[in-house]
Design a protein around this ligand. Structure first.
Ligand SMILES: *Cc1c(COP(=O)(O)O)cnc(C)c1O
Length: 368
């Protein structure tokens, strides 16, 4: 088979998604399945829908369009604010979008009217992480203007934490979102369908003991695909942690010194490698590099240690005997490694899934 390749186990993804859907349903929370780290692969989207997920989310309109072309009919939400220049594509292919700028929503309104469609907006509120979001103090005035726009419906409000500032979802910020939802409903005499509390980083909070208040939706990607929660990169018990793995091929395997010789300055990436002398060690080179994956986010197979990576080479050492040239090695990935591998055109994506009986998940560490 072709290498390097990302192997995607659809059965494990379906299992993880179904498990999270069930656990969250018990707390009154529905899941929007976020496909962005899967580059909008239709097979992955269908696995999420099979698991009982009703709405898909992606940050790229290109991915949503690809899903539509593949015949995926589910409700879809663009989870990054639309670019004004893409308003027409957004109203045509996405049912809803997350928004934080009136100028964008005005464009969506205009495009939706021209297309004879309705578009649902979910307003993002800034609750501390300082990525996207309307300041809470500005929310009422913002909503008043949105409600006047033709062909736009207010689907609800949401927030996003732990992505930029590393702010932890907790009783305080989630309570604030609940208070804001209640206040808007009173002030404007309406009902907000969606109160979307955040992403996989919200799971500790959502599955813990606190009252979830009005939060009735989470947008989940990483936890479904990697079985990890992103705050401490701990494995979520009962989920598969190896639904996505990366396979690469050995192109050189030799015993060589552990330390470079000659005068040492910066390497290709502006780093000065610090190496201590371990004598001669096995050095294995795989045909994969920074063009394909984030090497820092790779979990090598047992007995292997990653020494470094350049654009096209990944260098490892291992307990001898070393694998022969042509051997394939399999790696676990973290979010960053997965994202880059998924979007590299040099990495083949191979999805398999059989609906056959699966062994129960084994608890592992999260990569790396
Ligand atoms: C990426 C993203 C998500 C999903 O995050 P995960 O950590 O993969 O669960 C949710 N919401 C927004 C706005 C995002 O950008």
């Amino acid at each position: 088979m072709t290498a390097p390749r990302l192997e995607i186990d659809l059965d494990k993804i379906r299992f993880n998604a179904a498990s999270l859907v069930q656990r969250l349903a018990a707390r009154g929370i529905a899941v929007t399945g976020v496909t962005k780290v899967a580059a909008g692969l239709p097979a992955v989207a269908n696995a999420l829908l099979d698991a009982g997920i009703r709405q898909l989310g992606d940050s790229r309109i290109e991915n949503i369009e690809a899903l539509r072309r593949a015949g995926v009919a589910a409700s879809m939400m663009l989870i990054r604010s639309p670019m004004p220049s893409q308003a027409q594509r957004v109203v045509r292919h996405a049912d809803a979008s997350l928004n934080s700028e009136l100028a964008v929503i005005e464009k969506l309104s205009h495009a939706a009217r021209e297309a004879g469609r309705m578009h649902q907006v979910v307003l993002m509120v800034e609750l501390g992480d300082l990525r996207e979001g309307i300041l809470p103090a500005d929310l009422e005035a913002f909503v008043a203007r949105v409600l006047r726009l033709p062909n736009i419906t207010l689907g609800g409000i949401g927030t996003n934490l732990a992505c930029h500032g590393g702010v932890v979802p907790d009783r305080d910020n989630m309570g604030e979102l609940t208070r804001l939802a209640n206040a808007l409903e009173q002030r404007f005499d309406l009902r907000l369908g969606l109160v979307s509390g955040g992403n996989s980083a919200n799971l500790d909070w959502a599955l813990g003991n606190s009252d979830v208040g009005r939060i009735n939706n989470l947008r989940l990607g990483e936890s479904i695909f990697l079985g990890c929660e992103p705050l401490h990169r701990r494995p979520i018990p009962g989920l598969h942690h190896d639904a996505m793995t990366l396979v690469a091929e050995v192109i050189e395997s030799k015993l060589k010194p552990s330390r470079p010789h000659g005068r040492v300055a910066q390497n290709a990436f502006g780093e000065i490698p610090a190496v201590h002398d371990r004598g001669r060690i096995p050095r294995v080179i795989l045909a994969i590099g920074r063009q394909d994956v984030d090497p820092a986010g790779l979990q090598p197979p047992p007995g292997f240690e990653i020494l470094g990576a350049s654009s096209d080479h990944l260098i490892l050492t291992c307990a001898s005997p070393c694998p022969r040239v042509g051997t394939e090695l399999r790696f676990g990935l973290d979010y960053s490694a997965l994202l880059r591998a998924m979007t590299s055109r040099f990495v083949a994506k191979v999805a398999h899934g059989t609906h056959s009986a699966m062994s129960p998940p084994r608890l592992r560490h999260c990569a790396p």
